[in-house]
Design a protein around this ligand. Sequence first.
Ligand SMILES: Cc1ncc(COP(=O)(O)O)c(C=O)c1O
Length: 378
Amino acid sequence: MDRPIYLDYNATTPLASEVIDDMIPFMKEHFGNPSSSHYYGYEPRKAIEKARQRVARLINCEPGEIIFTSGATESNNHALRGIAESCREKGNHIITTAIEHPAIIEPCLYLMNKGFEITFLPVDHYGRVDLDRLEKEIRPETILISVMHANNEVGTVQPLSSIKSIIGERDIVFHTDAAQSAGKIKTDVKELGVDLLSLAGHKLYAPKGIGALYVREGVKLPRFIHGAGQEKGLRAGTENVIEIIGLGKACELAADNFGDNFENMKKTRDLLAEKLMEAFPEAKINGHPLEILPNTLSISFPGTEANQILGKLDSVAASGGAACHSGEVKVSHVLDAMGIPMDYAKGTLRFSTGRFTTTEQILQASEDIIEAVKSIAD
Ligand SMILES: Cc1ncc(COP(=O)(O)O)c(C=O)c1O
C-alpha cells in the first residue's frame, strides 16, 4: 500500500531537502564545539551566527535578539516563567487566551500554583479574542500578555497589532506563540508589536527539537538554563549546531519562497474545502473566514465522530478535534472555547496542507474522506 496522503502539516513538516543538504557537513567534517577557540570551533561558530541572521530576517529583528531553544515549548516556558520571575515585584497578573496550545496553558497553570493570577480570555465563535474584554482585564498588576499568533487547530489569526495598540505605553511585556504562523503568514515582530516571540523549527521544514525565542532588545529576561555562557548566558549548554543550521536554512527558504508556498497551501486547502462542502452541505468550517492560516481546514461533520472517521481513513493522515476515551467523547478545548455545538465538535477533523501538497493528492484525499464520512453517517 502507498503511504497515506499527508494532510497534517500543522502537526509537523518533513525536512526540506535544502535543509538536509546544509546540515550534512556539520554531521561529518565540521563537528567542532562552537566555543572552541581552535580551528574546529570556527566553522560551527560562523554557521550558528549565519543561522541567527536567517531566523532574524524571517521575523524582521536583529540577529542579537534571537536565542536558540529546543522548540516552541521551551521558548514559551522561558518567556512566561522568565517574565513572571523578573517582574514579580511589579505584579502577579498574566493575561492569555482560552485557546492556547498546552505549551502556554501548562506553564500558566504552573505559575498559578506559584501565586500568579491568570486570566484566560474567552474567544468568539471564530476563535478571536474580544479586544474590549482584553482591555477591561488589564490591571495595574498585569505584567505579561501572551496571545498566540495563529491557532494550531482552527487556524484563526489573532489581531496582535491591535492588542499592542491597547497595551500602548503600559509597562506590560507582550509575548506571542508563533509556532504555527512563522513561514505561513507574515510574522514581523515590529508590525505585530511583540516583545517576545516563540518559534518551532519542525513546523517550517526544519528538524524537531529546535526552535527560537525572539527577545526584543531591552526586555529583561532571566536565564532559563544555568551553566556556561552560551546564547548570551540565557540558555546554557553546547549548541545544537546541526539543527540550528537546519532552522536557519528553513527560515531562509520560508522567506525567499513565501509567495509560492502561500499560494500552494491556500490553493490545495481551498480545493479540499470546496470538495468536502459540495459533498456535505450540512458540514461547517471552523475558524475565521478571512483571518486564518492559508493551510488549515477545520471542518465539522454533524452526526459523526472524528475518531471513527479517522479509523476508516487509512489513506489520509489528518487530526481529530475530539477524542473518545472509555466511551466518552472529549472535545478539544479550542472548539469548546469557540462554542462549537457538541454535535458538530464531535465530528471535527483538521486537515493542514503544506509546501509539498499537490492538487492530485487533494483530489484523491477528498474522494477518500467523502467515502469515510458517508460510511459513518449512514
Ligand atoms: C501553537 C503551538 N505552540 C507550541 C507548540 C509546541 O511546539 P514544540 O513541540 O516544537 O515545542 C505547537 C506544536 O504543536 C503549536 O502548534
